[in-house]
Design a protein around this ligand. Structure first.
Ligand SMILES: [Zn+2]
Length: 1171
């Protein structure tokens, strides 16, 4: 086509586009305004008419501005005519589509968004895994009564006699262990210094004395710390003991992670960290896992271990009634299978311990009074005793017969709960074997017992010290292989150890640090990915050594601090105050380190000449948020806009997610009249808000700038902000205040319209392209939502509830939730909180300043691209330090139209990996038993509607009413709950919680799906969650002459070829998420990364039967029938090889060349060499 024709065509398109734009402007008039529906307010009416007139006047101005800007575009276009082909077409595209509500294509910077993201339906298992034991079914029929079982209080009488053992031999494996918490009553370092160091010294020394002795060790955080300071002789001994099998490493994670609040990213990460260290130091790969203390157990752990190549796992803290039921059925050993598994590929052998605790009194057999006597760490004179009245007794020649028979009786009784004649008996407790005297006492006294039992064949028993794997090997050979064990699907929440003492408090305890943990997780992931992508750049610039030496130690430290907090007294919020502060400081410093890594890597990859990068030089690209202290939320750094400068201020935005992404970015700036342009110098829509200093007062010198940004997958984009007194692309928000105090000064910036409204029974409405949300003018709380796509109105309310801890001797604390009854409303009908309504072209918000919580509901406008316009975004700034002693505050989202038809079913996630069906049952189990972990989401649904609440931070959740999702926000407990922490929990902090509410409707023909055993979030839901967990981060240039930014730095970093426009369907499939790109360490030194990285990919299972599937647009491949991933769409790389999930075992050895498939629900690791 001749160039002139193109120019004409473009001019025509522009004219048509402008007309359409003007039409939309008038049509959309009220949309950026707040719509008030009032019955009898003439004044209001007049007021709003005046407002409309005023707006029309403004609009005319805007239209003129737009025409002017359009003319500029035309001029630019004619310039572009001289440019080369592809570049010109991009400009044409962007002009036609600028601000166009229904784009046909997108400007270059918007990448390759699929027109309609109707993802291919995956072949998912809706029916459940058809196991021998379905936990969900079992929970419905189990006997929850706490009847007295005799010596085994929570169980039943077990009898045995010599007769039974004729012709059989009981093979007893005694497994010594010491449970070392990396922080609980003391800090991680203090425990190490005072106890763990000596424990490991003792073990290594005493195992080396006798080859028959055994020990197991679980926490690599401690073993590595010990290894660093141990003398060379002991290091060598440890190596030999591991090599000859006397010392077995179990699980091998950095810590024994919590299983309720943790996200699978951090679970995998802390396991990799431990396994890498183990492989480098001892050249060993664990095969059995050991989790004796986490407060409830998740199948996610079983899945991850299986994919890491583990054969066996052991769990302990399971509800006493469940244990009793399993013991009766002799099913304490089973094959744990994922509920979504169609076959048995996820099966892993699991042993559930039968009794109350993992200490010696509760592990040798059913009678703690007897078992306690065989804890030789409780011999008279050794700090501990037996609370059952009979002390431990040393074994002598005189008493050995009687003692051995007494103990054997317990072993035999215990063995009757299992299906084999192989018995596991663990021998240890918290921080045991720290004194030489104790170590010697345990090993030598048991040796005497062993000798007696083994030499008296009439006792029909063989007994020895074993490791966990030796036990599993023996048991499996006895039973005839794993396949002979019953299969099981489901989870083990919520845990109760006795009476109605349910451990659902820790799902929320210390919520500030739970929030910070997710913040660190996101930063850590962001830093890992960008660091791995920057490595090849550094290599080709010849600065690899200095670059990696400067930044890798920060990456490494941050991995370990994130890992440490996954500990079951870390993220759970169940440590003493000084320990919590210690964790908090570590988290803070690692978030700041990760920010530094991200900004330094951004600098390197954006430099036109990367060899200019100096690791020692001051930071050039700085983060826009800092953590000043460990106990306060992040603060935004103010970006200075110089009104007089010729050059604009440049900000850099990082999208750590796997797909090109569009969304709103929020900055603090010094100017309210600004224009934001993208890297093509095309203006993007922006909005300026005031910053509040009090309920109705604002700052005069700083503002919040919101703009719509688009950034490539795991890439960077730059945007420029300049002072601009008049621009159609920026709007100031309009503010109205309800319930303002009569003496309130409505301060006071002329350019912003701030006015008060009187309270009435009316509702006011905010809307975007997808939703119309109504709020009460009385108290500002949400009332109704209209989904515009189907024009269905439904009641969706939010309110806050308060639980009061019940009285009595045993009260709620950090672990336990023990309410005196149902929640009461936090606010009364008469409460009239100040309500601010802030509406602009991109962001519309309602701020409710209620007591103890500032509740903000937001709608986003981003041209329907990206997940955010579909969500109702909720932020709660929670502070319960006043008036809330022994109370818990919850948020309740109520939607009668989404209520489960059976009145009891709802769904919560497990570790962000999978959904678990829950059944509320207030008749059989108390309120606190009906609360579950909510690491990332929960939903209620019926055959029409699904209502999902996504959370950016782990909390406890319930659905006590079929129409309701209730999330516990914070809890303040003024006493200890007798689980060892020995202090109240009243160190509450101001905490910012973020949630997203999604309303989706089932499309026709899928009526069976909403009732299936397995449910899956939609692609929209997955992407919304990723969006809220991994927000786009902003950085800005610091100390660089603005005039030098463009010459020295590129305006974007696009690491994945799929982000290239015109490359067709070359993006990753919608359901594929890059979990991590983690640089690997050298085998020789842990402070130096090698060329290789671990690429961890997830194919999340997604529901395609919801209407969001036809509405939501994302930059991903919507339909590739086999859901395969093309290697070409990933990063440029020279090799990619599948390996086990924690990288230690080779996969099928075959390097991947073309397309490869990750089955839905699976997470897979690859060793890759990036180029
Ligand atoms: Zn513990």
């Amino acid at each position: 086509m001749p160039r002139r024709n193109i120019v004409f065509l473009c001019g025509f398109s522009f004219f048509f586009g402008s007309l359409w734009l003007m039409f939309r402007q008038l049509d959309g008039q009220q949309k950026s305004e707040i719509v008030l529906r009032s019955s009898d307010s003439r004044l209001m009416d007049m007021h709003s008419r005046l407002g409309i007139l005023e707006d029309e006047l403004k609009d005319s101005k805007i239209t003129i501005q737009k025409l002017r800007s359009g003319l500029d575009d035309l001029i630019e276009l004619s310039r572009a005519d001289n440019a080369h082909g592809p570049r010109r077409l991009e400009i044409v595209n962007s002009i036609v589509n600028k601000e166009h509500p229904q784009p046909k294509g997108f400007p270059r910077s918007s990448f390759n968004f699929s027109v309609e993201a109707n993802p291919t339906c995956q072949d998912l298992n809706y029916d459940g895994s058809k196991c021998d034991i379905e936990m969900n079914d079992l929970y419905g029929v189990i006997d929850w009564s706490d009847s007295n079982g005799g010596v085994w209080k929570q169980g039943f009488e077990i009898s045995t006699n010599d007769q039974e053992w004729q012709g059989r031999v009981l093979k007893i494996h005694v497994v010594p262990h010491s449970h070392n918490d990396p922080g609980w009553l003391k800090t991680y370092e203090d425990y190490f210094r005072l106890q763990t160091r000596h424990i490991l010294d003792n073990i290594v020394d005493h195992l080396s004395l006798d080859h028959r002795r055994r020990f197991i060790w679980a926490e690599m955080s401690y073993l590595s710390m010990w290894y660093d300071v141990a003398d060379p002789g002991r290091r060598e001994k440890a190596k030999n003991l591991i090599k000859n099998g006397q010392l077995e490493i179990v699980t091998g994670g950095w810590v024994m992670n919590d299983e309720a609040n943790t996200h699978y990213f951090a679970m995998i990460d802390q396991l990799i960290e431990g396994h890498e260290w183990l492989s480098r130091t001892f050249d060993v790969i664990p095969k059995s896992s050991w989790a004796i203390d986490p407060f409830g157990h998740t199948p996610t752990m079983a899945y991850l271990l299986k994919r890491m190549g583990f054969s066996n796992m052991l769990i302990q803290r399971v509800h006493y009634s469940v244990k009793k039921e399993f013991a009766r059925k002799k099913s304490l050993e089973f094959r744990w299978r994922q509920e979504w598994d169609k076959g048995d590929s996820t099966d892993i052998t699991c042993h559930m311990m039968p009794f109350y605790s993992y200490d010696v009194p509760h592990t040798c057999g059913p009678d703690p009074k007897v078992c306690c006597q065989f804890d030789f760490g409780r011999l008279p004179g050794m700090r501990r005793n037996c609370p059952w009245g009979t002390p431990a007794r040393a074994i002598t020649d005189e008493n050995v017969e009687e003692r051995a028979k007494l103990l054997l009786d317990q072993y035999r009784k215990k063995s009757k709960l299992f299906g084999t004649d192989t018995l596991l008996v663990i021998l240890g407790d918290d921080f045991r074997y720290d004194k030489m005297q104790e170590v010697e006492a345990q090993f030598s006294n048991y040796a005497k017992l062993f000798e007696y039992i083994n030499s008296h064949r009439d006792l029909r028993a063989e007994i020895k010290f074993s490791t966990l794997s030796e036990y599993f090997d023996g048991m499996l050979s006895d039973v005839g292989g794993t396949a002979k064990l019953p299969s099981l699907a489901g989870d083990f929440f919520t845990y109760a150890d006795r009476q109605d003492h349910y451990w659902s408090g820790y799902y929320t305890s210390r919520p500030f640090y739970k929030t910070q943990e997710r913040n660190l997780e996101a930063h850590q992931r962001g830093a890992e990915i960008l660091f791995s992508l920057a490595m090849p750049v550094a290599k080709s610039a010849g600065i690899l050594d200095s670059f990696s030496k400067a930044l890798f130690p920060l990456v490494k430290k941050s991995r370990r601090n994130l890992g440490l907090f996954q500990h079951h007294d870390g993220i759970t919020g169940t440590a003493k105050d000084p320990v919590v502060i210690d964790y908090g400081k570590k988290i803070k410093s690692s978030i700041m380190d990760a920010k530094e890594v991200i900004s330094r890597c951004a600098e390197l990859v954006l430099l036109r000449n990367p060899s200019e990068f100096k690791t020692t030089k001051a930071i050039t690209i700085d983060y826009d948020a800092i953590l000043a202290t460990h106990d306060q939320p992040e603060e935004k750094v103010t970006v200075v806009i110089d009104k007089t400068a010729a050059q604009p201020t440049t900000v850099v935005i990082y999208n750590s997610l796997s797909h090109d992404r569009s969304g709103l970015v929020r900055l603090i700036v010094t100017d309210h009249k600004v224009q934001v342009v993208n890297s093509d110098n095309m203006p993007v829509p922006s909005q300026t808000n005031v910053i509040w200093t009090g309920p109705t007062s604002t700052r005069l010198d700083q503002f919040e700038l919101v703009f719509a940004a688009t950034v490539a997958a795991t890439g960077l984009a730059t945007y420029k902000i300049s002072h601009m007194p008049q621009t159609p692309h920026n709007s100031l928000s309009v503010i109205k205040i309800l319930n303002a105090p009569s003496d309130a000064e409505l301060c006071c910036f002329d350019d912003f319209s701030i006015e008060t409204l009187s309270t009435s029974n009316a509702v006011f409405t905010l809307e975007n392209e997808e939703l119309e949300v109504s709020f009460s003018t009385r108290n500002g709380f949400m009332r109704e939502v209209v989904t515009k796509r189907d024009n269905v109105k439904m009641e969706v309310g939010i309110d806050f509830g308060v639980y009061t801890a019940r009285g009595g001797k045993e009260r709620a604390g950090a672990y336990l939730f023990l309410p005196e009854g149902p929640a009461r409303p936090h606010l009364s009908e008469a409460d009239r909180p100040v309500v601010r309504i802030v509406a602009g072209s991109l962001l519309k918000e309602v701020h409710v300043l209620a007591k103890n919580v500032e509740h903000v509901v937001s709608l986003h406008v981003t041209n329907k691209i990206g997940p955010s316009p579909f969500g109702i975004h909720v932020t709660n700034k929670v502070d319960i330090r006043s008036g809330m002693d022994n109370k818990e505050l919850s948020m309740r989202v109520t939607a009668p139209d989404a209520a489960a038809r059976d009145g009891q079913t709802f769904y919560t996630d497990l570790n962000g990996l999978q959904m678990q069906k829950r059944k509320t049952d207030l008749k059989k189990i108390p309120i606190q038993a009906n609360f579950y972990p909510m690491p990332t989401m929960a939903f209620i649904q019926n055959e029409k509607t699904r209502l999902t609440v996504l959370t950016a931070q782990p909390r406890g959740v319930a659905s006590l009413l079929p129409s309701q999702i209730e999330i516990v926000l914070d809890r303040r407990m003024m006493q200890d709950d007798n689980r060892g922490m020995a202090q109240p929990m009243k160190d509450n902090l101001r905490t910012h919680d973020r949630f997203v509410i999604l309303i989706e409707r089932w499309r026709g023909g899928d009526s069976a799906k909403p009732t299936g055993a397995n449910q899956f979030p939609s692609v929209l839901s997955h992407h919304s969650l990723l969006d809220v967990l991994h927000p786009m981060w902003t950085m800005h240039y610091k100390g660089v002459d603005p005039a030098q930014v463009s010459p020295r730095f590129k305006d974007s970093f696009v690491p994945m070829p799929g982000s290239d426009p015109g490359a067709g369907e070359s993006n990753l499939p919608c359901s594929v998420h890059i979990v991590n790109v983690r640089s690997l360490e050298s085998k020789e030194r842990d402070d130096v990364p090698v060329d290789e990285a671990a690429l961890i990919l997830q194919n999340f299972g997604h529901e395609c039967g919801l209407d969001s599937a036809t509405r939501y647009k994302a930059a991903c491949v919507a339909s590739r029938h086999d859901n395969s991933i093309s290697v070409q769409t990933l990063y440029p790389m020279t090799s990619i090889k599948p390996v086990s999930l924690s990288l230690q075992r080779d996969g099928d050895q075959q390097a991947v060349r073309e397309n490869f498939v990750i089955e839905p629900m699976e997470v897979k690791s690859f060793r890759v060499t990036l180029k």
